[in-house]
Write a new protein. Structure first.
Length: 572
């Protein structure tokens, strides 16, 4: 029984009543409690008072969920919605989040700066319904994670000829340095490939593009993404396979210019030729070899491709020594037959320009198929005519020289004829003019030339106008040339003063008056005559001797005897 003694008792009972109600599991509701006194049969007037109890429902801030992040996942999970760390049973998301320092924070929060050493990070969610409030604290724990590092984004590229110089190659050069070093490298673009040892031996790869993947072991439940890097080994440009060119020193002109591309096979286009020995003979791909001496000259074909890889092929032009036959001076050795002995033996090298080797052989004729002869040669065995001799030198390796042929000419002596001098009296010039000088020669060769030795001006061709001559002797030369042989005959033309034969007196005698042995000197029958002359027995009596006539041998008759002068004038 509840005994109540006034309002003071009621005040003492109310807390107990409320607890009792709560324990009874009363829901959010309003409860009325009435207090009455002086109930019947109490003689006092009845009095009652009603107490109203309102039970308010607590707000629900939800239940915290354990939240853990690997340290390498912070960026990917930031900003972080703190409600994700509640189980969703909270009344609403209209409450207030505060941090461990009770500072109000804005949700979602930036967790990128969170660290393993700074965790856990606590946040409290508070809900207030105006009369009641509820809180729930969540914790965010940052777990340590492995680090694969980051690809620097640029592959390692190397030309195949530099592979050995760059091997072994450290693949960590292609990461940014943030990686753990306890991981493993694999071939290919994932960690399913074959594990390789780093640094790697590039020389085993060949040309191409090669991926390598770095994977680090997990730390607890934390892992990191594998990172793939790339190595590129670029092939060298193809500068072709070179073929050396050998040229004999005596064939340079015939083989110039040399197009160097003819000495390459399979090369890529777009390269550049380089004159390795600085000969100055290179223009484009052509080489003027005419000025080269014996030796080897290198020319390189170089290509630098888009990858910066360079390759070269070298073409060697080899100038080989060659035998030298020399060169014919172009002028034969000519000699007259009467000078053969004086010029024999004759050195045939005189007909070469002196550049020849002296170990060759001379042959008769215009090729080396003739009979070998000993030089100097004996000209006296040849006779007259034109004779060829060919000089041939032995080969040096594969190099030869053309044979060179020279000529020896032995001329027959020219014949300008035998001279018959011509005498004419000054009184007979008209009658004997013109004088054909060929009439004063015998046995001469034709095609000779007449010369007016005394410059009389009377010669035309072979004819002499005697009327232009005065008393005296004039020489006219006839010259015949046969090669180097010259023969000259001089025809003298003499104009003599006319002689005086005198005046003849006939001699008469009776046959009976002729005495024994009587002679007649014919000069006694002349007067005013020049001395000299020749008497002629005109009637062929046979009685004339010199100028004496034996009269005893004559019979009766008339007999003529004529005195001839050197100018052919006669007197009777």
């Amino acid at each position: 029984m509840l005994a109540v003694y006034g309002h003071k008792v009621l005040q003492l009972l109310l807390p107990w009543l409320l607890l009792h109600l709560i324990l009874l599991g009363l829901c959010q509701v309003t409860y009325d409690f009435t207090y009455s006194q002086n109930l019947s049969p109490n003689p006092c007037p009845e009095e009652s008072t009603t107490v109203q109890v309102i039970i308010l429902q607590d707000p629900n801030a939800g239940v915290a969920i354990s939240t853990e992040f690997c340290e390498n996942d912070l960026i990917g999970n930031s900003p972080y919605d703190l409600f994700n760390s509640l189980d969703g049973t909270q009344d609403n998301n209209l409450g207030i989040w505060t941090d461990a320092a009770n500072n109000v924070v804005t949700n979602p929060v930036d967790i990128t700066g969170y660290t393993v050493t700074g965790s856990p990070y606590s946040f409290t969610y508070t809900i207030d319904n105006g009369s009641c409030l509820d809180t729930e604290t969540i914790n965010i724990t940052i777990l340590p994670a492995p680090e694969s590092g980051n690809y620097i984004g640029v592959p390692f590229e190397v030309c195949e000829d530099q592979v050995a110089a760059n091997s072994p190659y450290d693949l960590f050069n292609l990461l940014d340095g943030t990686q753990d070093i306890n991981g493993t490298w694999y071939t290919g673009n994932s960690s399913t490939g074959t594990a390789v040892t780093n640094p790697i031996d590039l020389t085993t790869l060949g040309n191409g593009t090669f991926d390598f993947t770095y994977s680090v072991p997990a730390i607890g439940t934390c892992t990191d993404m594998d990172v793939t890097v790339t190595v590129i080994i670029n092939p060298l440009p193809n500068t072709g396979v070179s073929t050396p060119l050998s040229v004999c020193i005596n064939d340079l002109a015939a083989n110039t210019p040399v197009d160097l591309f003819n000495q390459l096979m399979g090369q890529d286009a777009g390269g550049t030729w380089i004159d390795d020995d600085a000969t100055g003979a290179l223009t484009g791909s052509n080489v003027d070899i005419t000025g080269f001496a014996v030796g080897t000259y290198n020319f390189s074909y170089t290509i630098i491709d888009v990858n910066g890889c360079m390759n070269s092929s070298t073409v060697a032009i080899i100038i080989e020594p060659a035998p030298e036959s020399g060169n014919y001076i172009g002028v034969p050795f000519e000699v007259c037959e009467d000078q053969v002995a004086a010029n024999s033996p004759y050195d045939l090298f005189n007909l070469l320009d002196g550049t020849q080797d002296i170990n060759g052989t001379w042959y008769t004729g215009n090729s080396s198929t003739g009979t070998a002869v000993i030089n100097p040669i004996d000209l006296t065995t040849l006779g007259n005519g034109t004779f060829d001799f060919t000089y041939s030198v032995p080969a040096i390796g594969t190099c030869t020289d053309v044979d060179v042929t020279v000529t020896v000419v032995i001329y027959e002596l020219a014949n300008s004829g035998t001279v018959i001098p011509f005498l004419v009296c000054e009184t007979d010039l008209v009658a004997n003019s013109p004088l054909d000088l060929f009439g004063q020669l015998t046995g001469e060769d034709l095609n000779g030339t007449w010369n007016d030795d005394n410059s009389t001006g009377a010669l035309t061709g072979s004819n002499v106008d005697l009327t232009l001559l005065n008393v005296g002797t004039y020489n006219f030369s006839y010259t015949v040339v046969n090669g180097n042989c010259t023969s000259t005959s001089i025809v003298p033309v003499t104009v003599e003063m006319a002689p005086e034969a005198g005046t003849a007196t006939s001699f008469e005698i009776c046959l009976s008056d002729i005495t024994t042995g009587q002679t007649l000197d014919l000069f006694n029958q002349l007067s005013g005559n020049d001395s000299g002359g020749t008497w002629n027995d005109d009637d062929t009596t046979g009685v004339l001797s010199g100028s004496s006539v034996d009269l005893t041998l004559l019979s009766v008759g008339a007999y003529d005897f004529t005195l001839y002068c050197s100018c052919f004038r006669n007197l009777r």
